[in-house]
Design a protein around this ligand. Structure first.
Ligand code: 5AD
Ligand code: SF4
Length: 520
C-alpha cells in the first residue's frame, strides 16, 4: 500500500479534519500540539498533504457517512498513485474496530479516542512504511475499562496529553481566546440510543488540582473564556486520598456509581464535587472572564451547583441540558432516568436560583414507537421550558447500542422529517421571543470575532445594514450579539474582551446593539 517509503519517511505535512462534538475538537487540538512538538507541520490542503487524519464521530449515521465518503475519495487517489498516509482517529474506529482496516485497505492505521497517546508511534510506523499486522495498526480501548474499577495506564498517559497542551509555550492564542478543558472522560449513563459509553468508555474524572493548573496555564497563553467539558459534567466527583502517582500527585479516577448522587456527601469523605470544582476555578483563576460548562445531565444537578453559578459573576448563566423528549414513555425507552416532571422541576429550580439563566437543549425525534402524541408532548415541553435553542436530530440507530437491538426503527421517515421541521419552527418562534426580551437592555458580551458579514468569503450573511466593521460575540446566556466597531483596528483590539452592548434589535438567533463601554 505504501509505495515509496523513502519519500514518506521525510513526509511531515498533516491535514487534520475534525467531525463531531467539542470533545473531538479538544482531542484534535491535543493531537495537533503533540504531533507539532515532534516536528510535523500542519497543512490546510487535503489534496497535497503527506498525511491525512480524520478525527471521526459516530453519534449519528450521517456523521459517519460523511467521513466514509472522504475515505472513499482517498482510496481512489491512492489507487491512482498518490502517496499519502491515512489515519482514522476517534469514535468511528473505536466502534467499528479492526474490521475497518479490512474493509478499507486505504486506511493505514486507526486510533480510538482513549488511545491518542499511542498516535505518535502509530503515525511514525505508517510514515516509515512498516508492514504491520492489523492489530499493530490499531490502538483501541475495546471494553476493558468497563470491566475494572482500576484505571488502565492509558488513563494516566491521556492525563499527560491534556496537561501537555496547557504547558506548550507554542500554544499562543492570538485571535482564539476560548479554550476547552476536559474534566471528565467517558459516560456511565447508557442512554439506549447512544454510542458514547462504548466509544469513550467509562466515566473517568481528572484530579481537581490538574484541572485548576491547566486553567491557570491556559490564561497565561491568552485564554479568556474556558469551557469545561464532560458528557455529564454535573457527575464530576473526585474522592481524595485514594491513589497518588510516583510524584505524589493525584491521578484520574473512575467515576462512582450514579446512585451516589441520591445521597448527601458523606462528611468523612474528602470529595471535590462539581460545585466545589466550579468555585475553585472561579476563585483561583480570576483571569478567566467567562467560565462555561457542557453538557449537563438534568438529573443529579444539585442546588449547590446552581448557587455557585449565582454567586460567581464570571460563571455564565447558561445551561445546555438536553431533554431529548417530552414524553415519559419515550424517556423511559431511552433510559434517560428522569420524567418530564423531574426535568421541569430542575428547570424551575434553575430559574428560581438564577432568574436570567438561558437554557439550551437537544431533542431526538422519531425514536422507535414514537407517536403523534409523544411528539405533541415534546412540543409542550419546549413551550414550557422556552429554550433559547434546541439541537434537533432524527433518531439514528447505532450499532452497539441497546436501542438498535431492542427496538425496530419503525417511525416513517416522513413523520420524522415533519416532526423535526415543526419542532425547528416552534423552537425558532420561542427563540425569537427569548431574544426580543433583551431589546432595550444592556448586556455583557464576550467579543469572539469579526462577524461573518465582515469576514471575507463568509458563508453566512447577517441581515443588518452597516458600513462599519461588525463584531460578533456572546452574552453570558450564550446569545449571539453583533455590534459595530469604529475601525478594523479597534475591532481587533476588542476581540477577547468583555464589552457592554445596548441591544437595539433582535432576530430569532441574534441580538444587535451598540457598544457602551469596555468593562475589564
Ligand atoms: N440518534 C440521534 N441523535 C442522537 N444523539 C445521540 N445519539 C443519537 C442517535 N443515535 C444526540 C442526542 C445527544 C446529542 C449529542 O446527539 O440528542 O444529546
Ligand atoms: Fe450518551 Fe446519554 Fe451519556 Fe449523553 S448521557 S453521552 S446521551 S449515554
Amino acid at each position: 500500500m505504501i509505495k515509496n517509503t523513502e519519500k514518506l519517511s521525510d513526509a511531515r505535512t498533516i491535514f487534520l479534519e475534525t467531525f463531531g462534538c467539542q470533545m473531538n475538537e479538544l482531542d484534535s487540538e491535543l493531537v495537533q500540539d503533540q504531533l507539532a512538538a515532534l516536528g510535523y507541520k500542519f497543512h490546510p490542503d487535503r489534496a497535497t498533504a503527506d498525511v491525512v487524519l480524520f478525527n471521526t464521530c459516530s453519534v449519528r449515521e450521517q456523521a459517519e457517512n460523511k467521513v466514509l465518503s472522504r475515505i472513499g475519495e482517498l482510496g481512489v487517489e491512492k489507487n491512482e498513485g498518490r502517496e499519502v498516509v491515512l489515519g482514522m482517529l476517534g469514535c468511528l474506529p473505536e466502534r467499528e474496530g479492526k474490521r475497518l482496516l479490512g474493509k478499507y485497505p486505504q486506511i493505514d492505521f486507526i486510533c480510538g479516542p482513549s488511545e491518542l497517546d499511542h498516535l505518535p508511534t502509530m503515525l511514525h510506523n505508517a510514515v516509515a512504511g512498516e508492514r504491520l499486522s492489523a492489530s499493530d495498526r490499531s490502538a483501541l480501548q475495546g471494553n476493558r475499562s468497563r470491566r475494572s474499577a482500576a484505571l488502565s495506564p492509558a488513563g494516566d498517559n491521556l492525563e499527560l496529553l491534556d496537561l501537555a497542551r496547557a504547558f506548550n509555550p507554542d500554544h499562543r492564542r492570538t485571535t482564539e481566546k476560548s479554550a476547552y478543558v476536559r474534566i471528565t472522560r467517558g459516560c456511565n449513563k447508557f442512554c439506549t440510543y447512544c454510542v458514547v459509553p462504548n466509544t469513550r468508555g467509562a466515566e473517568v474524572h481528572r484530579p481537581p488540582d490538574a484541572i485548576v493548573e491547566e486553567c491557570k496555564q491556559l490564561v497565561t497563553t491568552g485564554a479568556v473564556e474556558i469551557t469545561l467539558l464532560g458528557q455529564t459534567v454535573n457527575h464530576y466527583r473526585y474522592t481524595h486520598g485514594v491513589a497518588l502517582n510516583e510524584e505524589g500527585k493525584e491521578v484520574p479516577q473512575v467515576g462512582p456509581n450514579i446512585t451516589v448522587f441520591s445521597k448527601p456527601v458523606n462528611e468523612n469523605e474528602h470529595v471535590t464535587t462539581f460545585a466545589n470544582l466550579l468555585k475553585r476555578i472561579h476563585d483561583e483563576v480570576p483571569e478567566v472572564q467567562r467560565l462555561r460548562f457542557v453538557t449537563s445531565y438534568p438529573k443529579d444537578f444539585g442546588n449547590d451547583i446552581l448557587e455557585v453559578m449565582r454567586d460567581s459573576p464570571r460563571i455564565c448563566n447558561y445551561l445546555h441540558v438536553p431533554a431529548q423528549s417530552g414524553s415519559d414513555r419515550i424517556l423511559k425507552l431511552m433510559n434517560r432516568g428522569y420524567t418530564v416532571e423531574e426535568y421541569l422541576d430542575f428547570i424551575e429550580r434553575a430559574r428560581t436560583i438564577i432568574p436570567d439563566v438561558e437554557i439550551a437543549g437537544d431533542i431526538i425525534v422519531g425514536f422507535p414507537t414514537e407517536t403523534e402524541e409523544d411528539y405533541e408532548a415534546t412540543c409542550e415541553l419546549i413551550r414550557k421550558v422556552r429554550f433559547k435553542n434546541n439541537f434537533v436530530f432524527h433518531y439514528s440507530p447505532r450499532p452497539g447500542t441497546v436501542a438498535i437491538d431492542r427496538f425496530e426503527d419503525d417511525v416513517p421517515r416522513e413523520d420524522k422529517r415533519r416532526w423535526l421541521n415543526s419542532i425547528l419552527a416552534l423552537g425558532g418562534e420561542i427563540s425569537g421571543d427569548v431574544h426580543k426580551q433583551y431589546e432595550g437592555k444592556t448586556v455583557d458580551v464576550f467579543v469572539e470575532r469579526l462577524s461573518p458579514k465582515t469576514t471575507k468569503n463568509a458563508s453566512v450573511e447577517l441581515k443588518w445594514e452597516s458600513g462599519k466593521v461588525q463584531l460578533s460575540g456572546r452574552t453570558q446566556g450564550d446569545l449571539i450579539c453583533v455590534f459595530d466597531a469604529d475601525s478594523e483596528e479597534s475591532a481587533k483590539q476588542l476581540i477577547g474582551t468583555v464589552v457592554q452592548v445596548e441591544v437595539t434589535k433582535s432576530a430569532p438567533l441574534l441580538l444587535q446593539g451598540a457598544i457602551c463601554c469596555t468593562c475589564e
